[in-house]
Ligand binder design. Structure first.
Ligand SMILES: NCc1[nH]cc(CCC(=O)O)c1CC(=O)O
Length: 307
């Protein structure tokens, strides 16, 4: 009769996600009970600096890793978008439940999409990925950093900024769809690696917990995530770099699109690749190499040198 302690951040979205996984585990057997272990990460404390300038990988995950390794928690629930490609020895991401909406969503003062905003409109987002892609389509817009949880960022619309861009998955989990005015298609705004996907981290040695957590895997989400994360790992990208990747499945075929942009939005290098779904990891690496060879290498070197 396992009692499962679930490490989570304290934001409303993180708590929703942890409670969702708690409920899925409790559904498996009447013997299973759960408890949330709430953790404050460095990323939650530093709110006044744009994410791209905070630096350091695992900004939202390091303290959670420590809780798992210390034995204060048995599993951790993460937004995969925030999880570095390298995890500490002894823990792994064991399962990915079915992916939520991978797109980005926008709330605007006009109540319409981004295209309804006037020239020079101010758009709130701290994501270089969003800025690099949207500058090409909306060259007159001013992009400014907004930090904080979803509720905080949305509250800035109408005073500090004319629009706010957020991940649709978080918005849907919070039941805030009706406050959004556009869901941007993935061709216009390629999502962050694993946007909308949760990951459940466990200790490798914990056989009983791992056997339970394995049952939460969604095979399609696992194959898509593997390809996108292999792409990211090859580029050594944190959230400081405009990087996007999005995998889709068409039967047994996996399609992977990726891009790397310069921070000023003047260069965006896009490529895509297809192959059997079981080869996602190799496809991610091959796609990253192709983009590096097509001109991304100097962009990334300049960024990492400046860190
Ligand atoms: N960087 C914060 C973060 N990490 C995951 C999500 C949304 C949920 C998800 O992608 O699963 C968000 C909020 C946002 O970008 O608007």
């Amino acid at each position: 009769m396992p009692h499962i302690r679930i490490a989570t951040r304290r934001s409303p979205l993180a708590l929703w996600q942890a409670e969702y996984i708690a409920a899925e585990l409790e559904k498996m057997s009447p013997d299973i009970t759960t408890e949330l272990v709430k953790i404050v990460t460095r990323g939650d404390k530093i709110l006044d600096v744009p994410l791209a300038q905070v630096g350091g990988k695992g900004l939202f995950t390091k303290e959670i890793d420590e809780a798992l390794l210390d034995g204060r928690a048995d599993i951790a629930v993460h937004s995969m978008k925030d999880v570095p490609t390298m995890l500490p020895e002894g823990t792994s991401i064991r399962a990915h439940p079915k992916r939520e909406d991978p797109r980005d969503a926008v709330a605007t003062i006009t109540g319409g999409g981004l295209a309804t905003l006037p020239e020079g409109a101010t758009i709130g987002t701290s994501s270089l990925r969003r800025v690099a892609q949207l500058k090409a389509k909306y060259p007159s817009f001013n992009f400014v950093s907004v930090r904080g949880n979803i509720q905080t960022r949305l509250s800035k619309m109408g005073n500090e900024v004319d629009a706010v861009i957020l991940a649709a998955a978080g918005i849907r989990r919070m039941g805030m769809e009706d406050q959004m005015h556009e869901f941007i298609d993935t061709e216009t705004l390629l999502p962050a690696v694993a946007q909308g996907t949760l990951g459940i981290q466990t200790r490798d040695s914990d056989d009983a917990i791992n056997a339970l957590v394995d049952r939460l895997n969604d095979t399609d989400t696992v194959d898509r995530t593997r390809a996108e994360r292999a792409f990211l790992a090859r580029l050594e990208g944190g959230c400081q770099v405009p990087i996007a990747a999005f995998a889709t499945l068409d039967g047994e075929q996996l399609h992977l699109k990726g891009l790397v942009g310069s921070v000023d939005g003047t260069v965006v290098i896009r490529r895509e690749i297809s192959g059997p779904r079981g080869t996602g990891a190799a496809m991610g690496v091959a796609l990253a190499d192709e983009i590096l060879d097509a001109g991304a290498r100097p962009i990334l070197e300049a960024l990492y040198a400046g860190e």
